[in-house]
Design a protein around this ligand. Sequence first.
Ligand code: CBF
Length: 834
Amino acid sequence: QPKTPTRDDSEFRDYAHSEISRDVATIKYSVVMHLTATFLRTPASIDSAHAYLASAFSVRDRLLQRWNLTNEYHDKIGAKRVYYMSLEFLIGRTFDNALLALGLREEYSKVLGDVGFCLEDIIDEERDAALGNGGLGRLAACYVDSMACSNYPGWGYGLRYKYGMFQQQILNGYQVEAPDCWLDTPNPWEFPRPDVTYPVKFYGHLVRDPHSAHRYKWESDVVYDAMAFDVPVPGYGTTNVGNIRLWSCKTNTLFDLNKFNSGDYQGATGGQVAAQILTDVLYPNDNTNDGKELRLRQEYLFCSATMQDIMARFRKTGRPLSELPDLAAIQLNDTHPTLGVPELMRILIDDEGLSWDEAWDITTRTFAFTNHTILPEAMEKWPVPMLDKILPRHMGIIYDINLFFLQKVEKQFPGDRELLSRISIIEETNPQQVRMAFLACVGSHKVNGVAAIHSDIIKQTIFKDFVRIQGVDKFINKTNGVSPRRWMNECNPDMSDLITEAVGDRSWVNDLTKVKQLEDRIEDVSFRERWWAAKQKNKERLAEYILTTTGIKVSAHALFDVQVKRIHEYKRQLMNIFSVIYRYHLLKQMSPEQREREVPRVVIFAGKAASGYWVAKQVIKLINSVAEVVNSDEEIGDVLKVVFIPDYSVTAAEVIIPASDISQHISTAGTEASGTSNMKFVLNGGIILGTVDGANIEIGEEIGEEQIFFFGCLAHEVEDFRHYLRFNQPKPDAALQTAFDMIQRNTFGDAQLFQPLIDAIMRGGDVYLLSVDFPSYIEAHKAVEEAYRNHDEWVTKSILSVARMAKFSSDRSIQEYAEEVWNIEPQPVLNCGL
Ligand code: CBF
């Protein structure tokens, strides 16, 4: 055996642990080095795209240094880590966020200025990392941000999709989807890790271990390599840097040289194509379950690579397997990563040789599960034959998990066959289906909903039997939150400066309870004026954005009324546009003098529809058709404008949200699990017009119900209304009927196009209760208008609301998870020299 010479690493350690100098000269040198050496630019060939890339790479150098220190430190102290498994991370941009976190914004601005660029323009060069659909994916991004900023040892795990959320174009009023080729240019915010690659098996057959009833050898020729890319997550005001580890399918080993040599060129690359596609595309479905085989394979690739990686890290500690739950907590972000449960069981039993009971004890102490929806169409189920074919070992494990669970329940509630069939992980349909929510629930020690009302509803509906069986303490609430770094400090600098003035320093960015001090400024006339001016400036910025993205000119002095989110029937954008039509009708009835006295309004929509969701796409078409008619009506002018901003994204949200006067969160009561944009709007001084649903309720409790315009039926009334409407025609009030009539008179183009939308209400049982809520919705709009006329009252509402919103920081949510679910402690990186 050759002897490895002992290495003296102290010098390397000294350099690695001393922070790269923060002065402007060093930054300039590093940007110029990246321009020339990384991107081969000469002074004559620098453009803003490369100025961005070089600056971003130089920021990345700093983040990676901190990344190393953080992980080295957490390894050294044997810290317990949380692993947040999510098939979606809707990160958006990183550059500005990282500059603010590192406290180097001014320095980079100076450096870029010196070489002839403006920081704001350079920031605009960055493409969004849009690896998510909506609320669920953005929540995951806020949560890893909070873990980093609050010094929790935590990693996100996800997939590195080559194509993120599709780009939405609006052509002739219709949504058209184009691929989001976000990796066409270098991505400074990822670090490829070919050294971290795991084989992931599919298909094949099982060979039973002759010595154990539960152990199998899984043999298959279909093996793909999942390779890691690490995405550093900047911690604001701390040395701690978090990580999102994203898996990508590696294809180079799958090139078939024999086929190539025999002239079969297509066959030679066939294996690569089959592998590549696994991590090519993000499924663009929000709150729906597609049930596609490729999606199942994506989910398994993700879960297998993640579990292998967590186990590899754990093995390095040399601790016994029974201590895995003391070093690792795994959070399942919805059911998409649930295959992690049978995968860990497989590793512990087949690879590590544990007994079933030992493996099950470790698994259930490690996993916890968050449910994000109760919409039936979103419930993940996989046909047993499909799962059995693709993952034969896992299907066997799932059968056993179910068997032992049902046996236990049978002992607890003897003879209750109905109960057994209701709670079985295998649904007895033809073909049978695996109910992933039940598997996640049985495999976890804690299950949570994402807002108080939602957590109550899941206990009374999908998990009702499980509460009886496993005890109510297992089912808890963790109300969502959002990151104050991105959703206040970064996107709303003027308002943030005012908060900093009220608090005395910027520490509120990491401790939102401090915004309470805004209340002391409520009587301060100059402060109030500047608060209003900040909003006004944000509205001007949005008006500019609307002009560039849609060509529509709007007045920044109008009331900005915003509904931006995924287009979905339960979110009721349709109800909003019906109310706009009705408003248009009223305005048309008025004399010019009467119209003059109206509060001018810009109604702003944005959001994507899942590509296969026809109804949602027709709603987009209707909004655009109404916009076309209203905006070109000279009689109406600036009194009413309707805008559909295309290609809603995190970056677009950062411009839209700070500019809202009123924002709409108007889901049918009981359907929106939480919502998180409602929090973002209020944190930016906007007022909510909303239903008594999701987190709207808790926002009302915190800021005072008088600060919110609530309307509509309550969650407990919904079932009775639905039942009534299944057997009786809805009775639209005069206002809603007016909207229908205008559509049917072809006011907004061919009425046939929109008749199915009306039919869904009038003949389809009005599942989302538009006809029920419309009258109170119109009343609520009137109340908004009245309140907005009173400028002083509006500013008071706005300041008080922000002051009382501390609860909705994702730092609070993460602290609750850490203490009540994960049992982890903050571990700020200490004694590292930085
Ligand atoms: O919990 C985060 C969000 O998740 C959803 O977007 C989801 O995809 N299930 C819900 O619809 C939101 O209510 C929730 O805020």
